[in-house]
Design a binder for this molecule. Sequence first.
Ligand code: COA
Length: 213
Amino acid sequence: MTCVEACGESQVVFVEAAAVGAGVARPAVRGTLHAVVTPDGRVHFPVLALEPARSRDAILRRLFGRIGEKFFVEPPFRCDYGSNIAVGENFYANYDCVVLDCAVVTIGDNVLFGPGVHIYTAGHPAHPEPRNAGIEYAMPVTIGNNVWLGGGVIVTPGVTIGENAVIGAGSVVTRDVPPSAIAAGNPCRALRTITDEDRKFYFRRLPFEEPSR
Ligand SMILES: CC(C)(COP(=O)(O)OP(=O)(O)OC[C@H]1O[C@@H](n2cnc3c(N)ncnc32)[C@H](O)[C@@H]1OP(=O)(O)O)[C@@H](O)C(=O)NCCC(=O)NCCS
């Protein structure tokens, strides 16, 4: 089913999302297309680079399966469906975020994405025969509350990142990350646990200023 809705100053075209089961091997056919028609008649897919912020927010509210009251997604933002993305309160994503939401992507409250974060739920079989036959699968990705993903982080299918974790810039996250871990690298591994001691510092051992009396 296709529908056209007004979102801020633009019109948005939605085509109903196909039901996608996690882990189901299926032909790699996209069930959903959506486009944005700007007031000057241009039609484009939801890269959202050219929309004024107010229109972008309206489009994202309509596009995402769930989104909190307070959020800011810098353009350009790209996704497969949008409807499979569930986001909590107080979300911020910097430029060039890509979310391949063929399975559900769940993002908690107070989550920060640096620039160029990519979340992939989709993958293809290792063997070329089924891959060339067009089979793909999708595994959900879950990101807990208060997680910060540094710039250029890639999260691969099926990964869960525990609450309060920090993922270093450029990491490729292929396995689950425990809560409150600082994890980094390719492949991404936990480096240490964040403790109460970390409250005192804003970067390495640089302390917050004492409040002046
Ligand atoms: C992970 C991060 C937060 C630092 O955490 P930290 O606990 O203060 O870590 P340190 O800087 O003390 O580094 C600890 C070790 O981890 C390594 N490390 C830190 N960040 C890393 C990364 N992104 N990838 C690989 N290794 C990393 C350091 O090299 C160091 O190893 P060493 O002791 O062998 O030299 C920081 O390095 C980072 O990646 N920040 C993201 C910044 C960003 O993306 N900003 C964009 C705006 S959101």
